[in-house]
Each structure stands twice: as C-alpha cells, then as structure tokens.
Design a protein around this ligand. Structure first.
Ligand SMILES: [Zn+2]
Length: 240
C-alpha cells in the first residue's frame, strides 16, 4: 500500500498531466476555427473576383454595342455620301448634307464615349489582374497555413494520446476517494488546480492556490501526512 504522501505526490504528477491535456484540448478546440477563417477569407476573395468579372462583362457588352452603333453610323454616312452624286435638285442635296452633318455629330460624340470606355477598359484589365494575383497569392498562403495547422493538430492529437495513456497508468495508483475529491475540486476551479503545495510567507504558511494564510493547526496536519487537508479558504488539497 502506498502511503498518503506517495499518493498525493502522484496526484501532483497527475495534475501536471491534466494541465497539459487541458492546454492541448483548448488548442484542439481553437485551431479548426482558424482553418475556417482562412476558408472564409478565400471564399470572400473569390466572390469579389466573381462580382468584378460580372461588372467587366457588362462593360464589355456595352462597349461592343457602342462599336456597332459607330459602325452603323459610318455606314449610313457612306450611303448618304454616295447618294449625293445622284441627286437632281439643290434642295435634295441640302437635305442629304443636313442629314450627314447630324450623323457626323452623333458619330463624334459616340467616338468620345468610346475613347472614355477604352480608358475604363485599361482600368478594368489592371484591376482584374490585381484581383487575380491577390486571390492566387491568398490561395497559396492559405494552403501553407492550412498545412501547418493540420500538422500542428495531428501533433497535438498524438501528444494527447500519449498523455492520456500516461494518465491511465496513474489512476490505479491513487486511492479512489482521493481521486474523486481531486476531480471535484478541480471542476470548481477556473485554473484547474486542485492540489497545491504550501509556501512560506512572512507570517506562516500560505496556500499555493489562493495565497491565503493557513492556520497553524492545519499546517501541523499537513506535515503529519495522515489525512487529507484542504485549504479552508479555497478548498484545494494541500501538501507540503
Ligand atoms: Zn487556498
């Protein structure tokens, strides 16, 4: 039979394992979220590019329409000009000239619009290039980060398995009642510390968990090591 001292020392070691396991579990909870964030950002960039392509396509259609309009006007002007050779009267001639000059005016303003669209076209192409580069670079970065995260997760899972195995080896070495007390206290503590050593303060011994002074009679009990002693303030199991 192990002595109480030995069991409590084992309990201290178990607590270290539990703390490591808690840390691993926290990380295992958090890391997949980081992968999701990467994924979401990637989707957003993809959507941005998609929206842009839609606008660009719309723009190209508009440009093509203007080009066709210009061609049609040029054709009309050419037809009218060829008709001037066949006109019989001055009146008729002037009417055609008037029509031609109206069309030429229309043509000129259309050409201005097209020039402007050509400028925009350059800007669109530049922006398209930038967005594509951005999306591609992000994809690359995302893949690298994802791989890193997955490696970390696998490593953590491996460590967790080892720690859990070790934990299983500890359990039979500790009295069930002590173990249950440990688990109960641990569950009530945010820091997960259920057993701690006493430390020397200027006026006596202090609980290593809540830093409150321990009365002399309790210190005596702790030193005797014949029974479990809990801090009167925080309830943690105390050892020397
Ligand atoms: Zn305490």
């Amino acid at each position: 039979m192990a002595t109480l001292k030995e069991e409590l020392e084992k309990l201290m070691e178990l607590q270290i394992l539990d703390a490591q396991l808690l840390e691993i579990n926290n990380q295992l909870k958090e890391l997949p979220g980081q992968i999701n964030i990467l994924e979401k950002e990637d989707i957003l960039l993809g959507k941005e590019l998609e929206e842009f392509e839609k606008a660009f396509t719309h723009f190209k259609v508009e440009r093509r329409q203007k080009d066709n309009e210009l061609k049609a006007i040029e054709e009309q002007i050419k037809n009218l000009q060829s008709r001037t050779n066949d006109v019989k009267t001055n009146k008729e001639y002037q009417a055609i000239q008037k029509e031609i000059s109206a069309l030429k005016e229309k043509k000129s303003s259309l050409e201005d619009e097209i020039l402007l669209l050509m400028d925009n076209d350059e800007q669109f192409k530049e922006k398209e290039k930038q967005l594509k580069v951005k999306a591609e670079e992000y994809k690359k970065k995302k893949q690298e980060k994802q791989k890193d995260l997955e490696n970390t997760i696998n490593q953590l899972k491996e460590n967790k398995k080892i720690l859990e195995q070790k934990r299983q080896e500890y359990l039979p070495q500790i009295d069930k009642a002590i173990l249950n007390l440990y688990i109960r206290v641990k569950q009530s503590k945010k820091d997960g510390i259920a057993i701690c050593r006493i430390t020397k303060g200027s006026n006596g011994n202090i609980c290593g968990g809540c830093y409150v002074y321990i009365p002399g009679y309790l210190t005596e009990k702790i030193k005797r090591k014949t029974e479990i002693v809990q801090c009167e303030n925080c309830g943690r199991i105390l050892i020397e």
